[in-house]
Design a protein around this ligand. Sequence first.
Ligand code: C5P
Length: 238
Amino acid sequence: MTPDTKDGLHSRCIVALDLPRQESLEIASSLKGIASWVKVGLTLFFLEGPSIVYSLKEMGFKVFADLKLFDIPHQIEGAARSLVTIGVDMFTLYALGGLSMMQAARAGADEASQSRPGQAPKILAVTVLTSMDQEVLQQTGISNGLDDQVKTLASLAVEAGMDGLVSSPLEIRMLRSQVPKDKLIVTPGIRPLGSENNDQSRTATPKTAIDEGADFIVVGRPITAALDPAQAFISLFD
Ligand code: C5P
C-alpha cells in the first residue's frame, strides 16, 4: 500500500484502535491504503491476543503493540521474543524497569528477528505516564521533579539501546534536544483543531507535534469516533 500522502505525514500517524475486535477491524478496513500504522493497546490485546495482530497484519498494517512491559529481565526477554514471533513492528516497555530489563528486551527482540534481517521491531520506552504528576511521583517514592525524572529515564533508555521514547506533546522539544536524532519520539495526546479533548488535558495538533520534533503521532478517538474515519484521517494535517 502507498499511503505516503501529505509529504509522508500520513505514514507517521498511528491510529489507536481502543475498541472491541469487530469495530477495530471495521475502522482498520476503512483505513486500508490510507494509514500505515495501527496501535493495539492493553484493552484490545487482553481480549483478543495475537489473533488481532494477525488480522491487522493480514490487512497490511504495521502494528504498534502498546503493552508497556515491566517485569524481571528474563521475563521481558521472553515477552520481546514472543512479540516478534507474532509479528508486531513496534512495542513499549517502562524505562523504570531499569537498564538490564530494557537490555533484555533488546536482546530478545534482536534474537527473535535474526531470521528477518532489517525487521527487528522498534522498542519504545515510556518514561513518566502523562497521567502522573509531581504528587503521584512522590507517592511512589520518587523525589525527582517531573522533568528530571523524564530526562533521567530517557537517558537510561538510550543507554539500553531503545529505539525511541513515548512523549507527551509538552515534552517533545525537551526530549528532542536531549536524545540522539535517530531516536524516535512517538506522541499521543493529539487533537486536530476543533476536535474534542475527551479525557486528554495537554494536547497538541498533529502539525504542532510534528513541527516540535515528533516522528510519529498517535491518534485515537478523533479518527475512531468520527462518522467517516478515513476522511478524519485524511484531514488530520489540513
Ligand atoms: O483517543 P486518543 O487519541 O486520546 O488515544 C490516544 C491513545 O494514546 C490511547 O490509546 C492512549 O492509551 C494512548 N496514550 C495516551 N497518553 C499516554 C500514553 C498513551 O493517550 N501518555
